[in-house]
Design a protein around this ligand. Structure first.
Ligand code: ATP
Ligand code: MG
Ligand code: MG
Length: 350
């Protein structure tokens, strides 16, 4: 069994490692597949552009099934690959997750609450929407944003023309600013025949728009866990997901759950599952791709995951020397500020 992985980052690396444990090989396809976190541990790599049709067809013919470790795969790339092999997470899941208006519209249509939002395509539209919102908001480019990049926080007194211009895009979403009491994420694995399995939820803290820490299983009201679990199931069914998908939510007043975004791939807030769950998110994805049964998602106590960004790398020797801390390093060179270099997992309650 060989799984093909589009993308060469740490998610592909951790998937390739988990797959290897199940006797499954990984073949990476990316423009920078050599000298990359995923390429370093894969059985094979193809270094080619996502629009290189011949290379894509050769890649598809060399593997049994294909997945993507990032959601911004060009639609054309997927079209070509899906003519040859089954593709995870599926065209519909990728297409929806690639655009913030599409994903929020789907959530709303499924009866899942979202922050109020407006599609903004010019500065005049922003003035109109801000007059309607009349409180703090957040502007985000509709496509390609991650780790809080391509976002600006605004208030009714902000210079709206400047804020819109600074984003450098005319495809923008305005969202109301949610005074959340917590952020939670839910992760589902869904097989090609529609069976699904939801992991225990994570509670997430961000710093400067980047995930800093996750604690799981989330100590949340049963009704919130039920709402999030049902929401991620509804979304996965509507998208005919094949693979894994995370749902990021805001929680207000400790009782209301609001949709923020989906990511149809393994998610940073579930890295704790590597040691903290009977089956990690990467192993579960490998099982789904290989058409194996789901593994158990029972957990051992409560776990904490901390990201290691470039600026944290001086702490690594101490982390390596401490008992009970599982250190994961992605093998990246160039420890820049804000760049995800690794993470640690630790059990916080037995
Ligand atoms: P990711 O790296 O998770 O893909 P992203 O760049 O796609 O992130 P978001 O998840 O939309 O961006 O936003 C990043 C963080 O900014 C959120 O986790 C949250 O902490 C904050 N944030 C985003 N939107 C809102 C909002 N409407 N109200 C309050 N806070 C928000
Ligand atoms: Mg995102
Ligand atoms: Mg996010």
């Amino acid at each position: 069994m060989i799984i093909g992985i589009l993308g060469s980052g740490q998610l592909g690396r951790m998937l390739a490692i988990a797959a290897a444990q199940l006797g499954i090989k990984a073949h990476i396809f990316a423009p920078d597949a050599n000298n990359s976190p995923a390429g370093d541990v894969a059985a094979a790599t193809t270094e080619a552009a996502y629009d290189d049709q011949d290379a894509l067809i050769r890649f598809a013919n060399s593997v049994d099934v294909i997945t993507s470790e990032f959601e911004n795969v060009p639609a054309k790339t997927l079209d070509i690959l899906s003519m040859h092999k089954k593709v995870s997470p599926g065209i519909s899941a990728l297409h929806t997750a690639q655009h913030r208006i599409r994903e929020k519209t789907l959530a709303r249509d499924l009866g899942i609450d979202t922050p109020a939002f407006w599609h903004i395509t010019n500065a005049a539209a922003l003035h109109v929407a801000m007059a309607e919102l009349n409180k703090d908001g957040i502007l985000k480019t509709c496509t390609l944003g991650y780790d809080g990049k391509g976002q600006a926080r605004i208030s009714p007194s902000s210079d709206l023309d400047a804020a819109f211009g600074a984003l450098g895009s005319d495809d923008v979403i305005l969202e109301e600013m949610i005074p959340f009491t917590a952020e939670a994420s839910f992760l589902i694995a869904r097989a090609h025949d529609g069976r699904s399995c939801v992991f225990p939820a994570s509670l997430n803290q961000h710093k400067d728009g980047i995930l800093d820490r996750s604690v799981a299983p989330a100590a949340l009201d049963d009704t919130l866990i039920k709402a999030g679990t049902e929401a991620v199931k509804k979304l996965a069914d509507a998208l005919d997901l094949f693979g894994v998908m995370a749902l990021e939510c805001f929680i207000t007043d400790g009782k209301r759950l609001l949709f923020n975004e989906i990511a149809p791939r393994p998610h940073n807030s579930f890295h704790w599952t590597i040691e903290g769950c009977a089956t990690s998110q990467f192993t579960q994805l490998a099982r789904v791709l290989a058409e194996m049964p789901f593994g158990s998602v029972s957990t051992y106590g409560q776990w904490q995951m901390d990201n290691l960004l470039g600026e944290h790398m001086d702490n690594v020797p101490a982390l390596l020397a401490s008992d009970h801390i599982h250190v994961h390093l992605y093998g990246k060179s160039g420890a820049k500020k804000g760049r995800k270099m690794g993470h640690t997992n630790r059990q916080i309650t037995p």
